[in-house]
Write a protein that binds this ligand. Structure first.
Ligand code: TA6
Length: 280
């Protein structure tokens, strides 16, 4: 387990075992890379990504919490933990791989944005599979309500030859079409900007990446929403932290509670959002 500096103030944990290698930034507890031995990298990070406290890194697994999406006026998009420093709480070796636990708790700064007492842990198991568990604890004495996401960017060979399986027949809200409701017919294919909130689904999704002849499986628990996103040509131009044409090598399949499936957590209770990624 090594610490390296991605940028002046952004330490990154590097893990390398016989089974896999991984990189996790302390900013946002953001998993940047997971590569099973002998496989191509599974996660995508932009060549133009910015590593700086206060900014999100474009790629890997940003954590959206305690809200997914825009949030209230004047509040940061996708919540406030993805741009903050987290602490490493423990690293252990288990039969499933190296387990790194990072944590963040409320303080005066977070209270000014969202006035609740919380403790949040991101538990990352780096092995032949990648398991990510985002555990929210209510450490206060009033209930609070959250939405959350493991906003995972996957590396693919060619978006035009990629399909996402597992969502056939599922209802979705289409952000590209003013959040109107639709029903998925068959597999998800990509031929333009795609930004969909699939609701009421606990299904495992498979990204079928024909260009690289592989399938990426995303199983989950504690999640009732799956978001599928690709910005395509025009939207990509609006992101200073994406290089031209990169949309062709990435797709987000996000493990979330992001629609009406808000999570209310009573005092002293907790909620776990878990994604398990494997390559077949
Ligand atoms: O999950 C999809 C989405 O909410 C899109 O609407 C898109 O804008 C994207 O996330 C990226 O958001 P960000 O705040 O990281 O630029």
């Amino acid at each position: 387990l090594n610490f390296v500096e991605a940028a002046a103030d952004v330490p990154v944990i590097e893990i390398k075992t016989a089974d896999a290698s991984a990189r996790i930034a302390l900013i946002g507890a953001q998993v940047l890379e997971w590569q099973p031995a002998g496989a191509e990298p599974v996660l995508w990070v932009s060549r133009a990504a910015v590593y700086q406290v206060g900014k999100g890194v474009r790629g890997g697994v940003p954590i959206c919490w305690p809200w997914f999406g825009a949030g209230e006026a004047g509040k940061p998009a996708h919540g406030f933990v993805r741009t903050r420093m987290w602490q490493v709480r423990s690293t252990t070796q288990t039969a499933d791989g190296v387990v790194v636990t990072l944590g963040i708790a409320d303080n005066a700064e977070t209270r000014a944005i969202w006035d609740y007492a919380f403790d949040l842990e991101m538990i990352v198991t780096v092995g032949k599979t990648l398991t990510m568990a985002l555990v929210t604890k209510n450490t206060g004495d009033v209930p609070f309500t959250i939405t959350d996401a493991l906003h995972t960017y996957f590396h693919i060979g060619d978006i035009a030859q990629t399909i996402v399986q597992g969502l056939d027949g599922t209802k979705y809200l289409d952000k590209v079409l003013d959040f109107t409701e639709h029903t998925q017919q068959g597999d998800v294919i990509f031929s333009g900007e795609t930004d969909r909130v699939y609701v009421d689904t606990k299904a495992t999704c498979v990204i079928n990446d024909t260009a690289q002849s592989r399938g990426i499986h995303i199983a989950k628990s504690g999640s009732d929403t799956t978001v599928v996103w690709n910005p395509w040509i025009e939207k990509e131009k609006g992101f200073a932290d994406m290089a031209a044409g990169e949309y062709q090598q990435m797709v987000c399949v996000e493990t979330c509670n992001a629609a009406d499936d808000k999570i209310t957590i009573a005092p002293k209770q907790m909620h776990s959002l878990v994604a398990v990624v494997s390559v077949g």
